[in-house]
Design a binder for this molecule. Structure first.
Ligand code: NDP
Length: 462
């Protein structure tokens, strides 16, 4: 047994930290995990999980409308924001309890405190002032919304953190940003009946995603009533006399709204952690620099999850934690595999995607076959809803490998999970063609697009 108080000290009780602490403790290591706020981290407490609950809540008005086409006539409807918040908080409390229980059952010591590194192998718990030592330190403190302090009036704006706890539902909101959070919340607020404007600096929302997904989603959002303003950005927010906020943009638009939400990316939580006391290297954004095994430049300090700014996704942090355990405690050096990560944007409709967007694939491969289908989902036939599902497969003509799969439509996130397995397994288009369709589903389109919609040679349509 080492002379340290703990074999492993984990800073941060989010998805990555909790998984690492639980697994290490389960292996008999003496583990402590410090969390200053609530166990579960961004994902559980103020991210993926409450967001998805909000998404469900925001979809009911469409369900009620669609019901009529199926013979159901829904009576009076009334939405209570406080009831939603209370139900959401109860569920989040339950999940937090599960996270704690998992740690306790594994034998990890739970420390409800901020922890700071104060010297080699040495940490201080801010709540009590107690100092402890650890053989290894794992930093998994995540990130926080970019507060964009250089923008006048940024202190008047909310981020996704506050969006989960608003005392009342605003009547109108302007959201700035064009990434996951901006797009998802624009759909949530719009679905709940809030007059919603999305302001994004680029030419099309969701940079980095396949262009067919981006344009079709933006059009669908506009049809639902969201005002999407591209090539623009909020320059100034001020308090108006009527108590509302006035957001002025670069293009000269003025939006008078109840709330302005900033969703301009997230920054690593590396301030005041004491990293400089032992010389842990960070990059220009403040993210901890790690090697392929989540090792920092200090040999007993490791970091994983959003604080390393590799891929800011919960399952990635969990995967990195499991690789850390394999490498450090099971004598099985394992690098996290960041290739072909399936992901979803919980917009309405959803985007589910894995692999390369068409423009990136076109740069990487000489010749591509692109299979593209756009169709009305079956449910919309009787409901009469004007909506489209879009499915796209991108195939490297040289070896027939499917290098990108992109879906816009209901449950696209669920589909992305499964098609992610197919791409990870290296499936070719011929494997897709040989797969029997499941009928009647939307997904069957993925295995019945027999002829390419078009080909690209050296990036040009052939
Ligand atoms: P993103 O990185 O997805 O998007 C940030 C957006 O802000 C981009 O549109 C970016 O524009 C814009 N932006 C950045 N700086 C400025 C600026 N100075 N002025 C104007 N616009 C700016 O971050 P999010 O905050 O949406 O989400 C953070 C991370 O959380 C994501 O990367 C994602 O990994 C994760 N997440 C995942 C979810 C999921 O899996 N469903 C859901 C929510 C979050 P540009 O594109 O032009 O750079």
């Amino acid at each position: 047994m080492s002379d340290y108080d703990f074999d492993l000290f984990v800073i941060g009780g989010g998805s990555g930290g909790v998984r690492a602490a639980r697994l290490a403790a389960g292996l008999g290591k003496r583990v402590a995990i410090a969390e200053e706020y609530r166990f579960g981290g961004t994902c559980v407490i103020r991210g993926c999980v409450p967001k998805k609950l909000f998404v469900y809540a925001s979809q009911f008005p469409e369900h009620f409308e669609d019901a009529a086409g199926y013979g159901w006539h829904v009576g009076e409807r009334r939405f209570s924001w406080p009831d939603l918040i209370a139900a959401k908080d109860k569920e989040i409390g339950r999940l937090e309890g599960l996270y704690r229980k998992g740690l306790e059952n594994a034998g990890a010591e739970i420390l409800e405190s901020r922890a700071e590194i104060i010297g080699p192998h040495r940490l201080r718990l801010n709540a009590s002032g107690q100092e402890v030592t650890a053989e290894k330190i794992l930093i998994a403190v995540g990130g926080a919304p970019n507060p964009h302090p250089e923008m006048p009036g940024s202190e008047l704006c909310i981020s996704s953190n506050e969006a989960f706890h608003l005392e009342e539902l605003p009547k109108s909101i302007a959201i700035t940003g064009g990434g996951y959070i901006a797009v998802e919340f624009a759909n949530i607020f719009n679905g709940l009946g809030v007059e919603t404007t999305l302001i994004y600096r680029g030419p099309e929302i969701l940079r980095g995603f396949d262009m067919d997904m981006r344009t079709n989603l933006r059009e669908a959002m506009e049809k639902k009533g969201i005002r999407v303003v591209c090539r623009d950005t909020i320059l100034d927010v001020s308090q108006a006399a009527d108590g509302r906020l006035k957001a002025e943009t670069k293009q000269g638009h003025v939006f008078n709204v109840d709330k302005v939400m900033m969703a301009l990316g997230r920054l690593p939580n590396t301030k005041s952690l004491g990293l400089e006391s032992i010389g842990v290297e960070t990059d220009a954004k403040g993210a901890i620099v790690v090697d392929d095994y989540s090792r920092t430049n200090v040999d007993y300090v490791y970091a994983l999850g959003d604080v390393t700014d590799r891929v800011q996704l919960t399952p990635v942090a969990i995967h990195e934690a499991m690789c850390f355990i394999e490498t450090e405690y099971k004598d099985n050096p394992t690098k996290p595999d960041h290739d072909l990560i399936a992901t979803a944007v919980f917009s309405q409709p959803e985007i589910g995607t894995v692999g390369l967007p068409e423009d990136v694939a076109a740069e990487r491969y000489d010749e591509l076959e692109v299979y593209l289908a756009k169709f009305r989902p079956m449910k919309a036939t009787l409901s009469g809803r004007d909506e489209k599902t879009v499915m796209k497969l991108i195939v490297n003509a040289a070896d027939r490998k499917v290098v990108g799969a992109h879906i816009l439509g209901h449950e696209a996130g669920e589909m992305a999970q499964l098609i992610g397995v197919a791409l990870k397994g290296g499936c070719t288009k011929d494997d897709f063609d040989r797969t029997m369709a499941v009928h009647p589903t939307a997904t069957e389109e993925l295995v019945t697009m027999y002829a390419p919609s078009y080909r690209l040679k050296n990036g040009e349509r052939a």
